[in-house]
Design a binder for this molecule. Structure first.
Ligand code: FAD
Ligand code: NAI
Length: 510
């Protein structure tokens, strides 16, 4: 009897939590669809210009009290992209729109309205405090280029793909940074497969077309190689069995191992899992040249001898890390204090661009001593939001104190009360002004390695703990699901995962 009662209560509690959760999600959706009217910008406030709509800039926007500034966002991309799930879009496991969140939706949820210009910043003049912008979209009006003045500027333009000037890379490779990169790869994979299955194709040509080469054994290259092999094993092999023994994935890495930023144990685990998945890892192999059909590389043998290798390919994905964007290079050239910085804008512990006034930088374009990751960019954006909110509060408090001090002489009868108010405001001011410098808190690194396995280097209670396998894969999925930008994104991603599991990936080429 007692056990039955306990079960009944557990069941009720479970129902109650599920219903509560659903009501909470429902209210969130309703709230997003019916936002309050927005406050119009106040022209007397400072103009804060934010470049970019990536991890750094959007994290700043999310937490910024926009009523304190005239905020203007400038970016050629009118959406936020959840990059951790981008490799899954290359095979159609996840549809690309599921990991995009329109910037207009994000801005509409702010209390005070924010201006957005879909444009690219081409130059920043720190002396005149203006940003030169141009509209690089397909539809252009009479005005294509103009200037936007700022009082405060945040640069969050990210980075571009590094090619190290290796001949043929730009012309022949696919990259994996933006949504259109993932779409192009998805199309290219199926194009290679269908062309390989074409009537009378020679065996050498079939081998070339079905050879997928990935250059760069960092997390991008590893995750993509894993997703690609899954796609082949779970879908292509079943649908087009006649070519199944010819499909090959090769991962080329210049260093002695892949995933150099992960712990040794996870590197070994990843390499052995790739071996099981039949992904060929070529370490100590440096790509020197790329043509439209082959990758030419140099391998260093155990005796230090170098040997030339040629890898014919159907698809080549280039994932060798980040390079500085031209607009950032141009700004660095204008600031003498930046002359020794190579990898981006050197910033101080408050993320202020060194040698510049009223300019801050976040994310992959800033050099603050941390890895170029979404985690770092997100925390930097949050930090700047706190800093700017505090700065606005400080200014308001200082103004109050000035007014109260002025009224002390005018209202001598209220002097005691006014002095108490001044003291109170000064105390608040001291507390607010005491902003600690930016400190990055590393939560860990996660990477998907194929066959429903993932690796994780997690920081927990000041200790590190490394794990890999199927349970880590579930952890990886739930961690990234919880980090998705919105409830809409989360529901779409869950739907895509279920759809692919039930019906397989969609292999239509367009
Ligand atoms: P981005 O997010 O790249 O945003 C830059 C923004 O600036 C974009 O909106 C762009 O359109 C805009 N922009 C570009 N040029 C201009 C211009 N001239 N003027 C105005 N705007 C401009 N990190 C992790 O921590 N975990 C992961 O799992 C992870 N997975 C990843 C998977 C892939 C495939 C990739 C490519 C990266 C991954 N990263 C991950 C790294 C992470 O995505 C980046 O570190 C992060 O996006 C950097 O944020 P950001 O704001 O600096 O730049
Ligand atoms: P990366 O810089 O981490 O790795 C690039 C790799 O390419 C390096 O290992 C390098 O040795 C190799 N390489 C360079 N030139 C080469 C050549 N000519 N031939 C062969 N190999 C060559 O770049 P990646 O993977 O694009 O990542 C960029 C940033 O984004 C990193 O900070 C990474 O941590 C982050 N990221 C994180 C993810 C995660 O946490 N799951 C996923 C993807 C990216």
């Amino acid at each position: 009897q007692r056990r039955f009662r306990a079960w009944r209560w557990t069941w009720r509690l479970l129902n109650f939590s599920v219903l509560g959760g659903m009501a909470w999600v429902g209210y969130g959706i309703y709230d997003d669809r019916h936002p309050e009217p927005q406050v119009a910008p106040d022209p007397s406030k400072k103009t804060l210009v934010i470049l970019g709509t990536g991890w750094g800039s959007v994290s700043l926007l999310k937490k910024l009290d926009t009523e304190n500034y005239n905020v203007i966002v400038i970016s050629p991309r009118n959406y936020f992209l959840f990059t951790p799930l981008l490799p899954s879009c290359t095979t159609g496991l996840i549809e690309h729109r599921s990991i995009m969140e329109p910037i207009r939706t994000i801005l509409r949820s702010k209390k005070a309205s924010v201006k957005y210009y879909e444009a690219e910043a081409s130059a920043i003049d720190p002396d005149r405090k203006v940003v030169r912008v141009f509209d690089n979209s397909d539809v252009r009006g009479a005005v294509v280029e103009t200037e936007v003045p700022y009082d405060m500027l945040v640069i969050g333009v990210g980075a571009e793909n590094a090619t190290f000037g290796i001949p043929g890379v730009r012309e022949n490779s696919c990259f994996l940074k933006e949504i259109n990169d993932a779409q192009l790869i998805r199309k290219r994979i199926m194009d290679c497969v269908e062309t390989a299955a074409f009537k009378d194709q020679s065996p050498e040509e079939v081998d070339r077309l079905l050879h997928m080469v990935v250059v760069g054994g960092g997390p991008t290259g590893v995750e993509f190689a894993g997703e690609l092999q899954d796609f082949f094993e779970e879908d292509i092999k079943k649908l087009i069995p006649e070519i199944s023994d010819r499909f090959r994935v090769t991962l080329i890495e210049a260093l002695p191992n892949v995933l150099p930023s992960f712990s040794k144990q996870l590197i070994e685990y990843t390499e052995s899992t790739f071996k099981e998945e039949k992904i060929d890892i070529r370490t100590k192999t440096m790509v020197k040249r790329v043509t439209d059909k082959a990758v030419e590389a140099e391998i260093t043998g155990p005796d230090g001898k170098k040997e030339k290798l040629v890898f014919p390919y159907g698809l080549l994905v280039w994932a060798t890390g980040n390079a500085v964007r031209p607009v950032v290079q141009d700004l660095m050239a204008r600031i003498p204090a930046q002359k020794d910085s190579r990898r981006g804008l050197a910033v101080n512990e408050y993320l202020v661009v060194q040698g510049a006034r009223d300019i801050w930088a976040v994310g992959d374009c800033a050099v603050a001593g941390y890895a170029p990751t979404a985690q770092v960019a997100g925390q930097e954006g949050n930090f700047l939001a706190r800093l700017f909110n505090n700065m606005a509060k400080t200014e308001a408090l200082e103004e109050n104190i000035r007014e109260l001090s002025g009224s002390l002489n005018l209202k001598p009868g209220n002097a005691a009360e006014i002095s108490r108010q001044i003291e109170d405001q000064e105390r608040q001011l001291r507390r607010i002004k005491d902003v600690k410098p930016f400190h990055y808190s590393h939560q860990g690194s996660l990477a998907y390695i194929g066959s429903e396995k993932a690796v994780a280097d997690v920081s927990w209670f000041n200790g590190n703990f490394a794990t890999g396998g199927s349970l880590t894969f579930l952890f990886w999925r739930s961690a990234y699901l919880s980090m998705c930008f919105s409830t809409r994104n989360r529901l779409l991603v869950i739907n895509d995962w279920m759809k692919s599991k039930l019906f397989g990936r969609d292999v239509s080429r367009e």
